[in-house]
Ligand binder design. Structure first.
Ligand code: MTE
Ligand code: MO
Length: 220
């Protein structure tokens, strides 16, 4: 008898000792979500590729109490719970985030067009700036015209996964063509403003207000 035969014999006794497999197995476990790493032939970055460098670390968001507020220069205010936002139309975008520190992550973002959200809180004619306020006290802004022209989305999914806490759960602004600091994470409030010179957290310390990837990084 070869060693292989001995092994079979041994494993055989172990299996029979454990008894036959029960016919009614325990309820199947839900499959663990798996991150998508390739989309339409393109390699994606991973949620682990981000360099966590937020101003305060990821804030804990109580999703039961979470409300996304849209206010300022709007015809009426709107406030959405996470559940309500999940039911709104979602769209997918394959877009690269570029931090001014030099690293990039290309990912498949999935979320709600701001155009869609603004239907519930239509901007007044004098509104020209969209200010994003975040749960960690961070803020940044973009011209309303660009938000609409680029049809920007706020994403609640990345690479097929629910947006992880570190990446901005529940919502990150997918600021296409803009430096990483325009990608507001942990968004809690979207304010419409007439202030064309609004400067958010990094803009106040000199980073470009426009934040265009193909423009200057600093304003001074
Ligand atoms: N609320 C909030 N959003 C934020 C930031 C932050 O500190 N707070 N940092 C910005 C910067 S500088 C970048 S590059 C992107 C990605 O940041 P991460 O590398 O820390 O994931 O998030 C942006 N959004
Ligand atoms: Mo950044």
């Amino acid at each position: 008898m070869t060693a292989k035969h001995w092994l079979c014999l041994l494993l055989g006794t172990m299996v029979s000792a454990a008894g036959p497999a029960p016919l009614l197995a325990a309820a199947p476990q839900p499959l663990k979500a798996v991150e998508i790493r390739e989309y339409e032939g393109q390699k994606l970055g991973s949620v682990t590729d981000f360099h966590e460098n937020s101003i305060q670390g990821a804030p804990a968001v109580d999703i039961g109490k979470y409300r996304l507020l849209i206010d300022g220069l709007t015809e009426k205010k709107a406030a959405f719970s996470y559940g309500e936002l999940q039911k709104m139309p979602h769209t997918k975008r394959l877009i690269e985030l570029n931090c001014v520190e030099g690293w990039t992550v290309k990912a498949l973002w999935e979320g709600i067009p701001l155009r869609e959200l603004l239907k519930a809180a239509p901007p007044k004619p004098e509104a020209v700036t969209v200010v994003f306020h975040c749960a960690d006290g961070y803020d940044t802004s973009l011209p309303l015209k660009e938000v609409l022209a680029r049809d920007l989305i706020i994403a609640d999914r990345i690479n097929g996964l629910t947006l992880p806490k570190e990446q901005g759960y529940p919502f990150i602004l997918v600021a296409q063509d803009k430096w990483g600091y325009k990608w507001a994470r942990w968004i809690v409030r979207i304010e419409l403003s007439r202030n064309t010179n609004y400067r958010g957290y990094w803009e106040r310390s000199g980073y470009s207000q426009a934040g265009d990837l193909d423009g200057p990084i600093l304003d001074r």
